[in-house]
Design a protein around this ligand. Sequence first.
Ligand code: SAM
Length: 216
Amino acid sequence: MITHLFLIAFLFTFDLFCETVERTKSNIDHWKQAITTPSPWLKSREQLISLLPKEAVVAEIGVLRGDFSSQILELTKPEHLFLIDCWDLCDFFEAGLSDYQLVVSKFDNNPKVSIIKNTSSEAAKNFPDNYFDWVYIDANHSYDAVKNDLETWFPKVKNGGFISGHDYFVPGTPGTPNYYSYLVVPAVNEFVAKYNLEITYLTNEPIASYAIQIRK
Ligand SMILES: C[S@@+](CC[C@H](N)C(=O)[O-])C[C@H]1O[C@@H](n2cnc3c(N)ncnc32)[C@H](O)[C@@H]1O
């Protein structure tokens, strides 16, 4: 009896696994051709953010140790930079309390920086619509999470502002890791199609960053 139950549970789990792999593969295949080449192509995300508004109101969603936050500060001199991450509040594999503490030690004495320890969705509720000149999304990279982040921050960005983000790549293509759960490409492509927008800037890196100019 126990052997039978074990066998059924095993077959059920294996079937679910196969289905998930197939679904992920077909998503990726479906969107493989969808990466377009906007003009101009850029060599790095540092170059990309240098083209975004300066002395602006900015948020980075997904901060980790604040490495890119330093670049944002140095290259774009924001009027104010909000650093939003759930760190140890989430059970996200990558980030923990020590990363949060490092970010606090780096930026807490900077009056132009606010550190917000919260999830992306919850943090967004504290800002009025049309508040940000641009946001940089680099949090959870699953399809659902990226889709949710794009929809959540879209109303918060001013008309003419930008939603930018990281990890716009098809996992497993040359130069990219096999992170098959990273489905930024389909989420971004569906978002631009839905709102009749386009990718304004895309970096020419295997692990690319994008920026979409918002038109409402
Ligand atoms: C790839 S790291 C960010 C790297 C950073 N942008 C950089 O370039 O140095 C992803 C971060 O997103 C955070 N994160 C994941 N899911 C999140 C969520 N739902 N809300 C807020 N932060 C989240 C994690 O805690 C982690 O620190």
